[in-house]
Design a protein around this ligand. Structure first.
Ligand code: TXA
Ligand code: MG
Length: 322
């Protein structure tokens, strides 16, 4: 019998991936559910374990920027500039794909999303392997992303014994996803690198890619996502919301303030010091925790709309979408 706490060694993880199996891996953002880009069967297993629609493409994780030409081509100057400044790190670039990249990874499209993750264990793993890894976040489709091994298991208990445990993720929010069109850099997904940081590297504003018609520019822009099983309500006015609570047990996820209120059965303060970075790091684990309390409602306080606050608000608004 496998013990509940049993996790893989680096060598075991590498062996499993080489034989076409899937493994949950730590990154600085969230845990990923990884498959070799050379094994279509493993990639199919990633989609089926997550219950992810095949139209939502995956991010390819490279050992270093030197591997970029293996999967992408026609790399614009802005992409090189961003990769040079941000990799290894939480920035994903959407680029024209090399013909050999499996259409399963790109959902049949002619672009591929790539990044070099910044986690010591996963960097060693990628250096050991003869191929990059395709990896979405290691959660059931639309559920809260995992930032610890235990949260991977909460969402996907099938992965027991298939996790490379790298401890809590340092950033806690997914990578920022950008694409390129003409001379423009398009922001497809808010993430762990703030819009302001990328704009200062580029020396120009990003173009926020909004949904056009029925098909989102990037499928991750589908509105409902990152959701706890408990209904979630977001607010900027916590006191008013508490005063008007519907019947039932409510929990609160607040930014820096602890609110005393008789109706609250659970509460997490994301960053008592008011740090947006700390709030981002704690967001998903706190939602996982509140989701275990058997509450009827979780109330989440929106953060100031700047820097990583915009990224956290993006996740909260989508987690609350119906
Ligand atoms: O931090 C992260 O990015 C984590 C870790 C594991 O690296 N991964 C992650 O993967 O968040 P996933 O699959 O949960 O989100 C990938 C996002 C989705 O919004 C997807 O639509 C977008 O990247 N994406 C992937 N390929 C794309 C492409 N070719 N064009 C546009 N968007 C793409
Ligand atoms: Mg995801």
């Amino acid at each position: 019998m496998e013990k509940p706490t049993e996790h893989l060694t680096l060598e075991q993880a590498a062996d499993l991936l080489q034989s076409g199996e899937v493994v949950a891996i730590p990154t600085e953002t969230v845990y990923g559910l990884a498959a070799s880009i050379a094994h279509d069967q493993a990639i199919r297993r990633v989609f089926s374990l997550k219950g992810r629609p095949l139209i939502n493409p995956l991010i390819v994780h490279l050992a270093s920027a030197a591997q970029l030409n293996q999967v992408a081509r026609e790399i614009p100057e802005e992409a090189r500039l961003l990769a040079g400044a941000c990799w290894p790190g939480p920035l994903t670039l959407v680029l024209p794909k090399q013909p050999g990249v499996s259409p399963l990874i790109t959902a049949g499209g002619d672009t591929v999303a790539v990044r070099v993750p910044d986690h010591p264990l996963t960097r060693r793993l990628l250096a050991l392997l003869p191929f990059p890894l395709a990896a979405p976040s290691a959660n059931p489709s639309n559920y809260i992303s995992p930032t610890r091994a235990e949260d991977v298991l909460r969402g996907l208990p099938e992965l027991r014994g298939r996790i490379l445990d790298g401890g809590p993720c340092q950033r806690g929010l997914e990578s920022t996803v950008v694409g390129f069109r003409g001379g423009d850099v398009l922001l497809y997904r808010y993430g762990s690198l703030s819009r302001e940081t990328l704009e200062s590297i580029l020396g120009k504003p990003l173009v926020v890619a909004t949904r056009t018609g029925e098909v989102p520019a990037s499928p991750g822009m589908l509105s409902r996502h990152y959701s706890p099983r408990t209904p979630l309500l977001v607010t900027r006015r916590v006191i008013d919301t508490l005063e008007n609570l519907p019947a039932g047990n409510a929990g609160l996820l607040s930014f820096r303030t602890r609110y005393a209120h008789p109706r609250l059965s659970g509460q997490v303060v994301l960053s008592p010091a008011g740090s947006l970075e700390e709030a981002a790091r704690n967001l998903f684990h706190s939602l996982h925790y509140l989701d275990t309390l058997g509450l009827d409602l979780i109330i989440a306080e929106l953060l100031p709309d700047e820097g990583l606050g915009s990224s956290v608000n993006d996740r909260l608004l989508r987690a609350a979408a119906t």
